[in-house]
Design a protein around this ligand. Structure first.
Ligand SMILES: [Mg+2]
Length: 385
């Protein structure tokens, strides 16, 4: 039993604005690299600010049909199999797989263009958003073994002293905090459904509740129930495991025999169906099915919320141009990449050793080791200016 016994944190901001989630709509007509003052801010109350021009130098590859593999109410075996194509046994890859060089030609390695990127940060406020698994730590067989290295922790600490830094993970926020052990960071757990601000450091808020947000608090009990039921039912499927991520229940099948995928699919689908759908949707990550409250919220919305919150540190009209960088490896990170692309703010960096058919990121990094080097470059620049 892995049940949250305390009361869920109440959404103190409330679902009150026009879009129901406290954020203005994304201007989908704009794209990164296009000078569009109207898209430079997602806060309709903010005055227009000069638009930065993060324009990828290499040929662009834009498609309008990409989506983040939302599977609706059912996880079919076919979907499990096709999604595997996007999964990566990263640890097993020692070199670049076929096609990767062509991919990187379209989505340059951020280390190769770091100097140019840093040049464009001059006079602007950097904000860094990071996924956890597969981004700061390698993907591992046991999710509980994804511990952060001391080296990476030190880099995060140094960066967080100089720029607001946030971890945006599918894991429950308490688990992410326990892995990272830094109070200076912003955290968004459960794929952005559970947000808190820094409790220490240069970006600590006078009132921490100002940055606390749980848009799916009403689903707290439902997710507990689904977790308990699936934990019991998945015992019969060797290699499977259930991870309670508070506003997300993750069913891992990385260690399952492929012959059992159908049973994984059926068990998860049935559990949701037994609750009449219960307003829960099933999404697909790397060798994991995730049950999430069916609310219009994702990592991209969480990034927008945090950026909006960050902007409140300055008086209206006095905020510097904020340049967010989001680094992540998973399909769910595409929602954040897409927000940055569509709002024309900053850019996404996809962590991958394999080509992906399409991404909203502009740049790539191969693995967590390269992520750390990139963060070190950013920190060195910020510390020197
Ligand atoms: Mg990840």
């Amino acid at each position: 039993m892995d049940e949250y016994t305390g009361s869920p944190t109440v959404n103190r901001r409330g679902l009150t604005r026009s879009d129901g989630l406290g954020l203005p709509p994304v201007d989908s007509s704009s794209s990164i690299g296009v000078e569009s003052p109207s898209s430079s801010s997602f806060n309709g109350d903010s005055p227009a600010r000069p638009h930065h021009s993060f324009r990828r130098c290499e040929p662009t590859l834009l498609a309008s049909t990409f989506s983040t593999a939302y599977m609706g109410a059912s996880a079919s075996k076919a979907n499990l199999a096709s999604a595997d194509l996007d999964d990566t046994d990263v640890a097993a890859i020692t070199g670049d797989v076929p096609g990767y060089q062509d991919f990187v030609a379209q989505y340059p390695n951020a280390l190769n263009v770091a100097t140019q990127l840093i040049e464009k940060l001059k006079g602007k406020q950097l904000a860094v958003f990071l996924d956890y698994d597969g981004t700061l730590t390698p993907i591992v067989t046991d999710p509980e073994a994804a511990v952060l290295t001391d080296e990476c922790r030190a880099e995060l600490r140094a960066l967080a002293d100089l720029a607001p830094t946030a971890i945006v993970s599918g894991r429950r926020i308490e688990r992410v905090v326990s892995f990272i052990q830094l109070q200076q960071l912003f955290y968004a757990g459960s794929h952005g459904l559970d947000i808190q601000g820094p409790l220490a450091g240069n970006y600590k808020l006078e009132n921490p509740e100002q940055c606390s947000y749980q848009p799916a608090a009403a689903y707290f009990s439902t997710m507990n129930t689904l977790n308990d039921e699936l934990r019991e039912q998945m015992k019969s499927i060797p290699g499977s495991s259930v991870e309670h991520n508070k506003y997300c229940v993750s069913v891992h099948y990385r260690n399952c025999d492929p012959a059992h995928l159908e049973q994984v699919d059926a068990t998860v689908t049935q559990a949701v169906a037994q609750h009449g759908g219960a307003g829960v949707r099933i999404t697909h990550g790397k060798k994991v099915l995730e049950l999430r409250p069916d609310v219009p919220w994702n990592k991209g919305k969480a990034v927008q919320f945090l950026l909006e919150n960050l902007q409140k540190r300055w008086a209206p009209g006095e905020a510097p141009e904020i340049v967010p960088i989001y680094i992540g490896d998973d399909l769910t990170d595409e929602d954040a990449f897409q927000v940055l692309q569509e709002t024309g703010q900053g850019f996404g960096v996809l962590v991958t050793r394999k080509k992906r058919d399409f991404t909203h990121a502009l740049y790539t990094l191969r693995d967590p080791a390269e992520v750390i080097v990139f963060l070190r470059r950013l920190t060195a620049y910020l510390g020197a200016r």
